[in-house]
Design a protein around this ligand. Sequence first.
Ligand SMILES: Nc1ncnc2c1ncn2[C@@H]1O[C@H](COP(=O)(O)OP(=O)(O)O)[C@@H](O)[C@H]1O
Ligand SMILES: N[C@@H](CCC(=O)OP(=O)(O)O)C(=O)O
Length: 405
Amino acid sequence: MNFACENPAGNADDSGAAQDAIRAQVIDQTKCVVVKVGTRVLTTNEGKLDLARVDLLAAQLARIADSGRHVIMVSSGAVGAGVAKLGLPTRPVGIARLQAVAAIGQADLIKAYEKSLLRHGYQAAQVLLTKSDLRRRSGYLHVRNALNGIHEFGAIAVVNENDSVAVAELKTTFGDNDRLAAHVAGLFNDALLILLTDVHGLYDGHPDNRDSKKIEVVRDLDGDVMSMAEDKNSAVSKGGMEGKLRASRLANSHGHPTIIGPGRQDDVLDRIFAGERVGTLFIPPKRTLRGRRRWIGSAAVVAGSLYLDDGASRAICNQGRSLLAVGIERVEGTFSHGDVVSLIDRNEQEIARGLVNYRSHEISLIAGRSNAEIESILGHRPYENVIHRNNLVLRNLAETDVTEH
Ligand SMILES: Nc1ncnc2c1ncn2[C@@H]1O[C@H](COP(=O)(O)OP(=O)(O)O)[C@@H](O)[C@H]1O
Ligand SMILES: N[C@@H](CCC(=O)OP(=O)(O)O)C(=O)O
C-alpha cells in the first residue's frame, strides 16, 4: 500500500486531518486483516483465560469478515490458559513442561474461539505454525493456500505457534507471535497487521512513567523509535514492546501498515475500522517488497553466504546488476540450486539476499572466474549469472528475521 502522508510542500504532514486521511486510506485499502492478541489481554486479573474478552474480539472479527475482508486471528494465550487450567502457581521453567502446558491450554483457547466465533456466525479453524513452516518456498505457499481455503469456506483461522514442536519460539525472546503474525500478514497483499496489547500503543518511554506520551503515528521505524521500548522481564508474556516494534518493522517492509493498539478496549477493532485514531499507526515506506522477493528478503532460511569483492558489491548495491561468478571471492555453507544465500561485502556486512542458480560446490569452482570459463570448468553453463537481479533483495529494503540465521 502507498499512503499520501505528505503535505503539498512534500513534508511529512502530522496534522489531525492528515492523520484521519491516512487512517481512512489504510482501512479503505485493507483486504486482509491479521489481528494478533497477546497473553496479557486474554488473561483475567485472577489469571484465567478471559472468555468475555475472547467473545468481544470474536464479535468484532465477525463484523470485519462480514465486510468481505479476509480475517486471520493470531492468538497467544495457550501457556497462560494451561497454567490456569492446571492450577499452577507460575509459568513452568523447563521447555518440556512449557510445551505440555501449552498443548493443554491450546485446547481451551481454541474451544473459546470456536464457541464465540460460532455465536457470531463463523467457524473457527485452528492453525498451528512454526516459522520454519514458512522458510521453504513450498511450505510458505502451502500455508498461504490453507489460509485462503479457510477463508473461502467462510471460516476464520485462529493461528498460534505450534508450541509443542517450536522449541526455539518458547525459548527465545524474539521468536514470538508478534513476528509470526507479521510473517502471516506477509503471505498476503494489502494486509493490515493489528497487534493488540495491554497498553494504548507505543509510548515515548515506559508507559508506567507519567511523563511518557503515546505516539500517534510512526513513519520511519528506525533505531530512535526502537529505543523507546523499555521492556522489563515478564512472567506473563515474552515479546515485549521491542518484539512488537520488530514485528511492525517486518510488516512495514512488506508494505503492510501496522497498528499497535489497546486490546482491553472493548470496541478496539470496531473503532479502528471506523477510521478512529486508536493506538499507534506505523506507515510502511514507499519502496517495499512484494511476492517472491518478500519471501527471499524476510521469510526464507539462509542456507549459506557468498563473499563478494568490491566491484561486485557496488554492482549489486548501486547499479542494480545481477551477481556474476567473477565477483565472488569465497563460499560458505552447503546449499543447492534454488536456495537463498546472504551476500557479504569485504566489511563483513550483509548487503543482500538472493536465490542462487548454482550449487555451493559449483560456485566454489567458478568463484572469481569469467562467464567464458564456466562451461569448461563445470561442463555446462545453465545460467549467465549466479543470482539474477529479480531474485535479489537488498538488505536495506528487507527487515530480515534475526532468529532465522
Ligand atoms: N515504549 C513503550 N510503550 C508502550 N509499552 C511499552 C514500552 N516499553 C515497554 N512496554 C511494555 O510492553 C508491554 C506489552 O508487550 P508484551 O508484554 O509483549 O504484551 P503482550 O502479552 O500483549 O504481547 C506493555 O505492557 C509495556 O509494559
Ligand atoms: N504461543 C504462546 C505465546 C507466546 C507469545 O508470543 O506470547 P505474547 O507475548 O503474550 O504474545 C502461547 O500461546 O502461550
